[in-house]
Design a protein. Structure first.
Length: 227
């Protein structure tokens, strides 16, 4: 990484009450350093800075999904369009999507962990014919917490199957899966014979899904995090 580069907030919007999307104009060095879906950058706002996964695939406009509730998250979520910020170049190992071509992909996200998984989906939309079944298990606490709702129909049209999972329906009208993501994968029991799994979420979700996939017969070396 070669220091920080000037950037600007081109567009900002609320995905949910807790999650805010941002599209940034970044320096060419930053755009060129983005080589894999699932990577991240450091964003600096005044004296504060933090790591943020990219919600966009390489070669696309740089997008973030920021969770409110921390000092840096609240500061970034409050940025107005046109505000100047600083970013590092893109870092992290990301996901081995291209190496997984020819097989199935099982995607797992919980909470704001949908951010790098959405980047993977954006890449898959452009190369969908190179993969078999693509199945996304996406967990949130409440039905209203799911991000990128306006894109779900496009995902389905491209053959990306979505299994939304709610852990706390709290009396809301909900006919989908309830509980945790790892419970949903054991209920669906997808074939793992030629699958690769991409995960992002809290520690308990990652360990639970990894164990569930092991029960289904997926080797640990075919389970990947983005960092």
């Amino acid at each position: 990484m070669n220091g920080f580069h000037a950037a600007a907030v081109r567009h900002a919007w609320d995905e949910t009450a807790d999650l805010r999307g941002l599209r940034l104009d970044v320096a060419p060095e930053v755009l060129g350093s983005h080589r894999r879906s699932g990577q991240y950058l450091t964003l600096r706002v005044g004296a504060q800075e933090g790591f943020f996964a990219l919600a966009s695939a390489p070669g696309q406009s740089t997008e973030l999904l920021v969770k409110r509730g921390s000092a840096i998250g609240d500061a970034v979520a409050a940025l107005a369009e046109g505000t100047e910020v600083e970013t590092s170049e893109v870092e992290g190992k990301g996901y081995p999507i291209e190496e997984s071509a020819g097989g199935d992909l099982l995607l797992f996200a919980a909470g704001s962990g949908i951010t790098p998984i959405r980047a993977a989906i954006r890449q898959l939309l452009a190369t969908r014919e190179r993969f078999g079944r693509v199945l996304l298990f996406y967990g949130q606490r409440r039905p209203g917490d799911f991000a990128y709702r306006t894109e779900h129909a496009d995902w389905a049209q491209a053959g990306i199957e979505l299994v939304p999972v709610v852990s706390r329906p709290d009396g809301a009208e909900w006919s989908g899966a309830t509980g945790h993501v790892q419970d949903a994968v054991l209920a669906v029991r997808p074939s793992v014979e030629r699958a690769t799994a991409l995960l992002c979420g809290m520690k308990g979700m990652v360990s639970g899904v990894t164990a569930a996939l092991g029960t289904l017969g997926l080797p640990r070396e075919r389970v990947f995090l983005n960092y």
